[in-house]
Design a protein around this ligand. Structure first.
Ligand SMILES: O=C(O)C(=O)C[C@]1(C(=O)O)C=C[C@@H](O)C=C1
Length: 356
C-alpha cells in the first residue's frame, strides 16, 4: 500500500470515528425528545422537511443534494425508530413502486406492511394496524388514481405528506440475452409506459407473449421462476427476486413521475413551504365553481391542482379536489378557507403538509 493511500485512509478512519460519536450523540438527543413528546406522536413531517431543506442549502459538496437528502433521511429514520418503532402500510406486494415511495420518505428503519389494495391501506391506518399509509394519487402520464380520491372523500384520516417518485422501469430476467426472451410479464400500466422502447429494442417482439400481472412485483416474481421470460419492474424488484437487469430506464417518458400521499391521524404544523388539500362541491348553478375559486384568488392563494370527480351521491354531481399553496394556519389561507366554507355546499379539508 502506498504511503499516500495509507495516510488518506487514516484520515477517513479518524473522521468515521468522529461521525460515529456525533451520530450517536444525535440519536441520544432524539431519544430525549421522544420522552418529552407527551402526545406519543413521534413523526413530525414539518421538522424533517425543515432539516432536509437546511442540509441541502448548506451542502458544501462534493456530495450532490439528492444523496445528502438520502443520508439525512436515513439518519432521521433510525433516530425516529429509537424514539418509537413505526409502521407504514403500502400497496404491496414487496417490490412495488409504492414500497419504494414509503422507503424513500421514511428511510429503512420502519416496519412496512404490504396491503392487497388501496382500500386496505386506508383500513390499516384507520384501525391502527399501521401508523401511516402510503397511497398513489396521480401519475404524470396516466392521471389521477380514482380509488384513492374516492376513499379520501369518505375517510377521517388526514394527509400528512406527499412523495414524488420518478418511475424508472427495468427489463429483467434470469439471463441478460435479449434474443432469448419469448415472454414478458408486466403490469398493463408499465407495458403502456415502455411500449416504444420494446418495439425498437426487441426485434422478435411479434413472437413475444405479453402476460399481464397485478403488480410490477408480481411480474418480477413470475419471471424468477420462468427461464425464458423477462419482467418489467423496478430495480428493487430485480434485487428482491434475484433477477439480472437486461436494460435500465426503459420508460418512454423519462420524466414519468407518480405522486403518493402519506395518510395518518395527526395534523401537521407549518414547515414554511406547505400545501393544503381540500375537497369541495357546489350546487349546479352557472358560475358556481367561479364562486368557489374567487376567495382563493382574492386572498392571493395559488392553486396547484384542480381535479373533478363524480360525487357518487347524485347523477352529474361532482366534487372538486383542490391543492393550494400554503398551510391552513397561514393567515391568507385561513381567511380564504373561512369564506369558502360559507360559499361551498360541501368543504372537507384533507390536511396541510410540507410540499415537495
Ligand atoms: O425533532 C423531533 O421532534 C424529533 O423527534 C427528532 C427527529 C430527528 O431525528 O431529527 C426525529 C423524528 C421526527 O420526525 C423529527 C425529527
Amino acid at each position: 500500500m502506498s504511503e499516500e493511500l495509507k495516510q488518506l485512509r487514516n484520515q477517513i478512519d479518524a473522521i468515521d470515528n468522529e461521525l460515529l460519536q456525533l451520530i450517536s450523540k444525535r440519536a441520544g438527543l432524539a431519544q430525549q425528545i421522544g420522552k418529552i413528546k407527551k402526545s406519543g406522536i413521534i413523526y413530525r413531517p414539518e421538522r424533517e422537511a425543515q432539516i432536509l431543506t437546511r442540509m441541502q442549502e448548506h451542502n458544501p459538496g462534493p456530495i450532490g443534494n439528492k444523496h445528502i437528502k438520502q443520508l439525512f433521511i436515513e439518519i432521521m429514520s433510525v433516530c425516529r425508530a429509537l424514539e418509537k418503532p413505526m409502521s407504514v402500510a403500502y400497496l404491496g406486494p414487496s417490490g412495488t413502486f409504492s414500497e419504494d415511495a414509503a422507503l424513500k420518505r421514511f428511510g429503512s428503519a420502519i416496519t412496512t406492511i404490504a396491503c392487497d389494495s388501496i382500500d386496505e391501506v386506508f383500513r390499516a391506518v384507520e384501525t391502527d394496524t399501521a401508523n401511516y399509509g402510503v397511497v398513489p394519487v396521480e401519475n404524470s402520464t396516466e392521471g389521477a388514481v380514482g380509488r384513492t380520491m374516492d376513499l379520501l372523500l369518505q375517510t377521517s384520516l388526514i394527509i400528512c405528506g406527499e412523495i414524488q417518485l420518478a418511475i424508472h422501469q427495468f427489463l429483467m430476467a434470469q439471463q441478460t440475452e435479449l434474443t432469448q426472451i419469448n415472454k414478458i410479464y408486466t403490469h398493463p400500466q408499465s407495458f403502456a409506459q415502455c411500449h416504444q422502447w420494446l418495439r425498437i429494442n426487441l426485434p422478435q417482439i411479434s413472437d413475444i407473449a405479453f402476460v399481464p400481472t397485478a403488480s410490477n412485483a408480481d411480474a418480477a416474481q413470475q419471471a424468477s421462476i420462468d427461464k425464458h421470460a423477462a419482467a418489467i419492474a423496478s430495480q428493487r424488484a430485480a434485487e428482491l427476486f434475484g433477477l439480472s437487469i437486461c436494460a435500465e430506464n426503459i420508460e418512454d417518458d423519462p420524466k414519468n413521475t407518480t405522486r403518493f400521499l402519506i395518510i395518518g391521524k395527526q395534523t401537521v404544523d407549518i414547515s414554511g413551504k406547505d400545501k393544503t388539500s381540500l375537497i369541495m362541491s357546489t350546487n349546479n348553478r352557472s358560475g358556481a365553481i367561479y364562486t368557489l375559486l374567487k376567495p382563493l384568488a382574492q386572498h392571493g392563494v395559488s392553486m396547484s391542482r384542480l381535479e373533478s370527480r363524480p360525487s357518487r351521491t347524485g347523477l352529474w354531481q361532482y366534487v372538486f379536489f383542490v391543492d393550494i399553496e400554503g398551510h391552513q394556519q397561514n393567515e391568507n389561507v385561513a381567511t380564504a378557507l373561512a369564506e369558502l366554507r360559507d360559499k361551498a355546499a360541501f368543504l372537507k379539508i384533507l390536511g396541510s403538509y410540507p410540499a415537495t
